[in-house]
Ligand binder design. Structure first.
Ligand SMILES: [Zn+2]
Length: 184
């Protein structure tokens, strides 16, 4: 995790607890800062009511941990479901699209969804249309793009705030600008 030594110490102290409450202000703050203040799926900078997402929903945790979810390989040593290891900072659009899912079918195959704690964003997604759309590059990327509806719903969906953030010079975040294909 990047960030200040103080944040690192706070994170380490919190991570030693066996469980965390997604509604706790300190937990929310640490998850938000770890995410560099942007949705960990679509990278929208925090605006309005963001959520602490359970990457693996609690109702699926036992099946996940036992390796019983096809296409999803459990991470060794991951704590959860109510732990920082299983949390991601998430905008309301991605949160609503993801729901209780951990995988999605694309064509003839199902793929696990992007896991912000295990996967690298730039390996699975790329920007197009001057950052307005996010396209999956891999099976995980395609499944996540479809499930979380990155590019659908017109301006009432995620494209509205994404466009506003682009115009305001806030999207993509500065640390993600090297990950793009632009002008297409
Ligand atoms: Zn999002």
């Amino acid at each position: 995790m990047s960030g200040s030594p103080g944040l690192r110490a706070l994170f380490d102290a919190l991570a030693a607890y066996p469980g965390h409450d997604v509604h706790d202000d300190i937990v929310r703050l640490v998850v938000r800062l770890r995410a560099r203040d942007a949705c960990e799926y679509c990278l929208l900078p925090t605006v309005g009511q963001f959520h602490v997402d359970h990457i693996v929903p609690p109702g699926l945790w036992d099946a996940y941990a036992a390796g019983r979810i096809p296409t999803v390989t459990p991470r060794t040593g991951r704590s959860g479901p109510e732990h920082l290891d299983n949390f991601a900072w998430c905008c309301p659009f991605c949160n609503g699209g993801k729901g209780q899912r951990v995988s999605r079918r694309v064509g003839a195959h199902a793929y696990g969804l992007y896991d912000p704690r295990a996967d690298r964003w730039a390996e699975h997604f790329v920007f197009f249309h001057n950052f307005l759309t996010i396209i999956g590059l891999t099976g995980i990327g395609h499944a996540t793009e479809a499930a979380l509806r990155f590019n659908t719903g017109g301006l009432q969906g995620p494209l509205g705030p994404r466009h506003e953030a682009i115009v305001a010079g806030r999207y993509p975040p500065t640390w993600a600008r090297g990950w793009s294909v632009t002008g297409l």
